[in-house]
Design a protein around this ligand. Structure first.
Ligand SMILES: Cc1cc2nc3c(=O)[nH]c(=O)nc-3n(C[C@H](O)[C@H](O)[C@H](O)COP(=O)(O)OP(=O)(O)OC[C@H]3O[C@@H](n4cnc5c(N)ncnc54)[C@H](O)[C@@H]3O)c2cc1C
Length: 334
């Protein structure tokens, strides 16, 4: 079924929760419906944007075109001797998929519990948390080319995954709509508990459900729940700089939080840079820096897009002025 609606508020369709309007909001249930839509007048005569749960987006103003949303929600299971291959509809809520895997004793995605959003975007964003990224588990990605309506199946390698990045965000941006993502999950335990205090939170005899519960607990303590406080999670990407630029910074700021990378590169904690530049709890209009995590900007009090943009710009400038380091938004401005 294709559902075309006009002049719709996006307040409940994106996690910042701002009351912006889209000219058209269109949902579809199947790949065939998507194909019909792509040749329909409403798409042919307007700009359009495919979204998932809207949890990594910042709408900067009302959207004058078509917002597309997938309701492809079926999951098929190929049961192999040592693994299962799950072909999951792009419109399945990401955490419903994780819960489904955990309840079936399939291993791999449990560390990605409680990440907002939908399965289609997981393959665009290469979502990651607690030492696991979607790319570690993605087998193939099914997508429809916007121009032709033809299906292409991308192998994991062809998706060119990097940190929160894929070919769908770079060379092929806007050219394909993902319909299904195939995940390969294990049938025997293979826990990844090295990250943070996960090991102690899970206890001596982990089960998939314990790991999932522990992660949900930790995330609830640190991050705003989108159903209560509007945000898009981490607003900025952790910057990567050259070692020779890092060393003088380290001398000046001995507590700077950093991770050594290969090839004389160093990743800095954007949260530390922002916190240490004095942004803890600061506000612009209705937008604020989340008091439990400086990397998250929140819609605290009916923020407008302009409030969030202004706060982000001021933070970016102040971090650059203080450390000479450029921080770039992870959140996608629309
Ligand atoms: C509180 C909070 C915590 C978060 N924590 C994490 C975290 O721990 N780790 C992490 O990685 N991210 C995290 N995020 C960010 C966000 O959850 C992820 O980026 C998620 O994958 C976005 O999914 P979505 O369905 O909401 O995508 P959207 O935000 O709707 O879209 C994201 C991008 O994907 C594109 N897209 C969406 N669906 C499709 C499709 N079917 N075909 C083609 N393109 C598509 C959109 O056009 C857009 O470019 C967090 C966000 C919030 C609000």
């Amino acid at each position: 079924m294709i559902d075309i609606r006009e002049n719709i508020s996006m307040k409940t369709y994106h996690t910042f929760g701002m009351d912006i309007t889209t000219r058209y909001f269109v949902e579809y249930d199947t790949v065939e419906d998507l194909r019909s839509l792509l040749i329909s007048p409403v798409i042919k005569s307007n700009n359009f944007l495919q979204i998932g749960g809207g949890s990594n987006l910042l709408f900067t103003k009302d959207y004058p075109g078509v917002i597309l949303h997938s309701k492809i929600k079926d999951i098929s299971v190929q049961d192999n001797e040592d693994c299962v291959i799950l072909k999951v509809g792009a419109g399945v809520v990401w955490d419903d998929f994780v819960a489904y895997a955990v309840s079936n004793n399939w291993y791999g995605v449990e560390n990605l519990s409680y990440i907002p959003g939908e399965v289609g975007a997981s393959a665009v964003q290469n979502v990651g948390a607690y030492g696991v990224e979607a790319k570690d588990l993605i087998e193939r990605v099914y997508a429809i080319e916007v121009e032709t309506g033809v299906e292409t199946i991308f192998t994991n390698e062809e998706c060119q995954y990097g940190y929160r990045s894929s070919i769908f965000k770079t060379q092929l941006k806007g050219q394909y709509i993902i319909t299904y993502v195939e995940y390969r999950l294990g049938k025997t335990p293979n826990y990844k508990l090295e990250y943070g205090n996960l090991k102690s939170a899970v206890g001596e005899t982990p089960t998939l459900q314990y790991v999932r519960d522990a992660i949900i607990d930790i995330r609830r303590q640190k991050l705003p729940d989108p159903s209560e406080i509007g945000s898009a999670g981490s607003f900025f990407i952790n910057p990567v700089i050259d070692l020779d630029i890092f060393l003088p910074l380290k001398e000046k700021y001995p507590n700077i939080v950093s991770y050594q990378l290969p090839d004389n590169k160093v990743k800095l904690s954007a949260a530390w840079l922002i916190d240490n530049a004095g942004w803890h709890g600061k506000k612009v209009g209705g937008a604020s820096v989340y008091h439990k995590q400086c990397l998250v900007l929140i819609n605290e009090n009916n923020a407008t897009p302009a409030d969030i943009i202004e706060l982000a710009d001021q933070i970016k400038k102040s971090v650059y002025d203080k450390y000479g380091v450029d921080i770039v938004p992870e959140v996608i401005y629309i």
